[in-house]
Ligand binder design. Structure first.
Ligand code: PMP
Length: 526
């Protein structure tokens, strides 16, 4: 008997039950490279080829020997893991290294300041908070500048050097008063500015996007099941489709507004307007992960960048899943001509051992006071920073060999997936992705002949059932993406071998034959 079977299951028992229904509730006891070892019924270890890759957090595989050696060295050397409020030279070095590679990839030299955090969602929330602090400060600066002009107008009217033309009253919908000519004007401007400035900021995000599940970030995650129960807790997001400049323009037209003030021009008072900074930020993943491995096209990227530039809307580029080499560069977005005001990195930053994330903000947006209002006990710790430095060193050494490896291995894997799709166009809808971030989408099976396949598809569990079969029949681990459950994800490490690709080909071919023949009874789910 498994000694743990006597223990009452209190750690997410419902989720475990769901996993059990597709034979996915196995126990892994060891991990090495692209292999996890599961404990079988006899207590023995059985190797499983892991294509889920910690959902993208294992660019160098499980327990990479070089990263483990660095971790040992740190622990043996009694590294002061928690030394909050001190000099943190390792964090300084890590930020510098990130900047060095980012500058190279983007072809810019503007510094990006780093705020460290623990998880992907936290890095996103740090970016959103920073963007909001910056927006509020920009709004305050605009109001102050407008108030200065209004004061000048008041003084000029009072000393008789300026008059108030009818156009000013017309503009504001007020009548010329009997007394102080500016009193109703200033009152109306103050009222309108107050109303405008009190508006909630709008955060733009892409349909299909995923940015985390914390209170703020989940409102920027498109998946309704994750988001809507918590709508009352979070930020206001508007979701826009990829590749539509018109959709962006429509949202802008609906949300935009102005802040008002007065000034004096040639002895006449006039109303001046400043665009109200209503957009907090625009969030995007260069390759949507949980949305089904959907890369932005260059055209999609251009539309977003042009919108952001034209309307001073900060771009938050979520590279949490796509970054750190997975698509052949530190930033997948750098291959698309995108320039983030903010970048969020996490997952592989911790080398598979540490929990680490970072939010980077470019100098022109940077607000130093953010450092005093945002922190976490666990962020910027010595252990995770040193491990992240090791990861960057491994990525960038030998002229970026690991980046090239990700591209080359990714191409080999994608070529195989395409081959399977070509053989089974009736079963496989599309192969998508970049580098080692690939998706394999099946055609909808909700009208399938075989009841087991049809019911799994109807219940939204189709991808999990296929994952269960891959695991139990072929000892291959992967999962569907969170919000597109007909798409299996493949995110192995750069160590991926041709033999491992061959094993996946065999397994996927078996799945496709079962689906083509509607032989649901051949699915092995335990
Ligand atoms: N953004 C993206 C693009 C992600 O893929 C994820 C995790 N899947 C997150 C944010 C959230 O990261 P975490 O799970 O570390 O909070």
């Amino acid at each position: 008997m498994n000694p743990e079977s006597a223990v009452v299951e209190l750690a997410e028992p419902y989720l475990r039950g769901l996993l059990a229904s597709a034979g996915l509730d196995v126990e892994y006891v060891r991990g090495e490279g692209n292999t996890l070892y599961r404990r079988d019924a006899n207590g023995r270890e059985t190797p499983v080829l892991d294509y889920a890759g910690g959902y993208g957090s294992l660019i160098f595989g499980h327990n990479n020997p070089e990263i483990v050696a660095r971790a040992r060295e740190l622990l043996d050397g009694s590294v002061p893991v928690h030394a909050q409020f001190s000099a943190h030279p390792y964090a300084t070095r890590l930020a510098a290294e990130l900047n060095r590679i980012i500058h190279r990839e983007l072809g810019v030299d503007e510094p990006y300041y780093a705020t460290f955090a623990n998880s992907g969602a936290e890095a996103i929330e740090a970016a959103v908070k920073h963007a909001e602090l910056d927006r509020v400060l920009r709004q305050g600066e605009a109001l102050e500048e407008l108030a200065g002009g209004t004061e000048r107008a008041r003084a000029a009217v009072a000393d008789g050097s300026a008059t108030v033309p009818d156009a000013v009253y017309a503009h504001l919908g007020t009548a010329r008063p009997a007394g102080d000519p500016l009193a109703p004007v200033i009152e109306e401007i103050t009222r309108r500015n107050g109303e405008r400035a009190a508006r909630e900021p709008v955060f733009l995000a892409l349909e299909g996007g995923f940015h985390g599940k914390l209170m703020g970030s989940v409102q920027l995650t498109h998946n309704e099941a994750y988001r809507t129960p918590f709508a009352a807790l979070g930020v206001r997001a508007r979701f826009v489709p990829r590749g539509s400049a018109e959709a962006l323009e429509r949202v802008r037209a609906e949300e935009r507004g102005v802040l008002l003030g007065l000034d004096v021009d040639n002895g006449e008072v006039r109303v001046v307007e400043r665009e109200h900074p209503v957009f907090g930020a625009f969030l995007l993943e260069p390759v949507q992960g949980e949305g089904g491995i959907q890369p932005l096209s260059d055209q999609d990227a251009r539309i977003i960048q042009e919108f952001a530039d034209a309307h001073d809307c900060p771009l938050v580029i979520d590279e949490i899943q796509s970054g750190l080499g997975r698509t052949g560069s530190l930033l997948a977005s750098s291959q698309m001509g995108l320039r983030g005001d903010y970048f969020a990195l996490a997952k592989s930053l911790g080398g598979g051992l540490a929990k680490a994330s970072v939010m980077l903000v470019r100098e022109t947006r940077y607000r130093a006071q953010f450092e005093l209002v945002h922190s976490s006990t666990f962020a910027k710790d010595a252990f995770s920073c040193h491990i992240a430095l090791k990861v960057l060193e491994m990525l960038d050494r030998d002229g970026g060999r690991a980046f090239r490896q990700a591209t080359e291995r990714g191409t080999a894997l994608q070529t195989m997936l395409e081959k399977v799709r070509t053989s089974f166009p009736d079963v496989v809808k599309e192969v998508r992705g970049r580098g080692l971030m690939l998706g394999f989408e099946f055609h909808d099976q909700s009208e399938a002949e075989h009841p087991a396949i049809r019911e799994a598809a109807g219940g939204g569990l189709f991808g999990y059932v296929i994952a269960g079969h891959l695991l139990n029949r072929h000892s291959i681990r992967t999962f569907p993406t969170a919000s597109a459950v007909n798409t299996l994800r493949f995110e192995p490490s750069v160590l991926l071998t041709d033999e491992e690709i061959g094993r996946l080909e065999e397994a996927l071919t078996d799945v496709c034959v079962i689906l083509r023949e509607q032989a649901g009874e051949r699915l092995v789910l335990s």
